[in-house]
Design a protein around this ligand. Structure first.
Ligand code: 8YV
Length: 312
């Protein structure tokens, strides 16, 4: 029996790459000398795509695959996949939903703790031998403070649970209030920023949230307020954020995501009130394995049963 042909857009992991090639006839898009010519010559008959949230599916690839039926992505961010076009063509789209919420929420809390208690800065202080000269300056208490969540989806809800363990008071902003939710919904994002001690961004990326954390929101957060972003760089007006941090118009930021990854604004590198992480929210052995297992399982389930297990 001939195997289903899938297009793999990027290397995923040695184990997953091998499993995909064992189960399907895989065409490796990223190894093609002329990817556009390859799609013209070999695009027909390709029924599936394996990709990652970071890469998504470029529009030109989607357009060049007339027989595409399923996209399976490693990750939950769908901001680089044109879901409307996929839906219009009846293409099933799957993400790694349900696998990474804990680890991303853990990292969000790490950044909250680090930027407010200055753990990374203190580590640099000790290593530089500065403790022998002077005591480390006082930091900011986390327990019992006010945490404002931008987005209360699956990851946001786990962050809220974690923050509850630190006796934090929680309010959230989203387009619509979440049903049966104990936390107060704040329809005005600037009001949430004014209210909270730390604003944690956990909303989906994409056109609908681009620049949501604007200069005005940062101004409302104010010189005592901290910002943490584990969502997408695009959600924040990064130019406004950099000047707010440089000029200390907000207290600090913990950032796992950036507008132009892996490039981080140069001005942030020398600031001690900023914690910088290399988009590693889901990056644990356990979670990446679960995500990768699901990339394969979604494709297999689709070709056997016509549906994906974790649809977008
Ligand atoms: C990963 C992510 O960094 O799930 C997402 O949307 O951004 C992260 O989990 C990455 O996309 C894994 O491929």
């Amino acid at each position: 029996m001939s195997r289903h042909r899938i297009l793999q857009l990027c290397p995923l992991s040695p184990v997953l790459d091998r499993s995909l090639s064992e189960c399907f006839e895989v065409q490796a898009w990223w190894t093609q000398d002329d990817p556009a010519a390859f799609l013209v010559a070999a695009g027909a008959g390709i029924g599936g795509i394996a990709t990652s949230a970071q890469l998504g599916v470029p529009g030109a690839v989607l357009d060049a695959l007339p027989d595409l039926k399923v996209i399976s992505s490693r990750g939950v961010g769908m901001d680089k996949i044109d879901l409307d076009s996929a839906r219009a063509r009846g293409i099933a789209v799957a993400g790694s939903f349900g696998t990474l919420d804990d680890c991303v929420a853990d990292l969000a809390m790490s950044l909250v703790l680090d930027v407010m208690r200055q753990v990374s800065a203190a580590d640099r202080y000790v290593r530089a031998g500065r403790w022998t000269q002077a005591r480390f300056p006082l930091t900011t208490r986390v327990s019992g403070k006010r945490l404002g969540l931008v987005g209360l989806g699956q990851i946001g809800q786990v962050i809220a649970r974690r923050a509850g363990g630190f006796d934090m008071e929680i309010r959230y902003h989203s387009r619509r209030p979440v049903a049966d939710c104990a936390f107060m919904h704040e329809p005005d994002l600037q009001a949430l920023a004014r209210w909270c001690d730390v604003l944690v961004v956990a909303v989906s990326g994409g056109a609908g949230t681009r620049g949501l954390i604007s200069a005005e929101v940062l101004e409302a957060l104010g010189p005592q307020g901290y910002l943490v972003n584990i969502a997408r760089g695009s959600v924040i007006d990064e130019t406004a954020l950099v000047s707010a941090l440089v000029e200390r118009r907000i207290a600090g930021a913990g950032l796992d995501v950036f507008a132009d990854e892996p490039n981080v604004p140069q001005a942030l590198l020398s600031l001690d009130n900023v914690v910088l992480a290399p988009h590693m929210g889901s990056g644990t052995h356990e979670t990446r394995k679960a995500m990768e297992d699901l990339v394969l399982a979604n494709l297999q389930h689709f070709f056997e049963a016509g549906t994906v297990l974790t649809p977008a």
